[in-house]
Ligand binder design. Structure first.
Ligand SMILES: [Fe+2]
Length: 237
């Protein structure tokens, strides 16, 4: 993975390196001063931040164990529990293209980020389980979210021919009878392709949320991360 050091002083080459990596691999790791203001400043250089119900007025979301979200569907990220591989905001017609996450305070134990490249998962299935890939790519084979959720599929071709991935594993995901039997195969392919990132304070990543799935192991301690969602500030695929 490309690693970029971002500082308060913006340099065009820094942003260019981030966007080049995002276009090429869909992911870049970052080193930033672990203050909220620094994270916000750097996030605004990379993406046009979109707010939602869990974000603060500046658009950032503080990801930590609030003590109030344990067991609440759709809010696993705000507990200290395991979070299974998912697309951020998978219930929207168009999920945010980018997600940036920066660790301000690491966990005492656990809390690793598990990241899987959807293109690699797709290639894995195409090679060994084309029947699974067909079922998981069929129109109207998966529903994500509540009443206003999104009916679609795990894999959807993008206009450029590359696959877009959309997934969640909690009770807000439902699958067609044809797709359901292939979920263990999908889960295994994701596990094979997952990479583990252990973030220290000031370390983070930006990923293409339509390509990479993210997950997190359970943790203890005062883990705190800042997250921004939004659209890339450059133009490109
Ligand atoms: Fe998430």
């Amino acid at each position: 993975m490309t690693r970029v050091v971002m500082q308060a002083e913006s340099t065009p080459s820094t942003e260019a390196a981030v966007f080049a990596a995002l276009r090429h691999t869909g992911i870049v790791t970052l080193e930033i001063l672990p203050t909220r203001q620094e994270v916000l400043t750097c996030a605004r250089r990379i993406l046009r931040i979109t707010s939602h119900e869990a974000s603060d007025p500046d658009g950032l979301t503080v990801i930590r164990d609030t003590g109030r979200h344990t067991g609440r569907e759709g809010f696993a990220g705000l507990s200290n529990g395991e979070v299974l591989p998912h697309t951020e905001r998978s219930s929207l017609a168009t999920p945010p293209r980018l997600m940036m996450l920066v660790c301000a305070r690491p966990a005492t134990t656990g809390g690793q980020c598990l990241l899987a490249d959807g293109h690699a998962v797709y290639a894995d299935l195409a090679e060994d389980h084309p029947d699974a890939l067909a079922a998981l790519s069929a129109a109207r084979s998966a529903f994500f979210g509540g009443r206003d959720g999104h009916l679609g599929s795990v894999f959807t071709p993008r206009p450029d021919g590359r696959p877009q991935i959309r997934l969640r594993w909690d009770s807000l995901a439902r699958f067609s009878p044809l797709a359901q039997p292939y979920l263990p195969v999908l889960r295994a392919a994701i596990a094979r392709r997952q990479r583990t990132l252990t973030l220290a304070a000031g370390q983070g990543y930006v990923l293409d949320n339509t390509r990479w799935l993210h997950a997190r192991t359970a943790f203890t301690g005062p883990r705190l991360c800042y997250r921004a969602l939004g659209e890339p500030k450059d133009v490109g695929p």
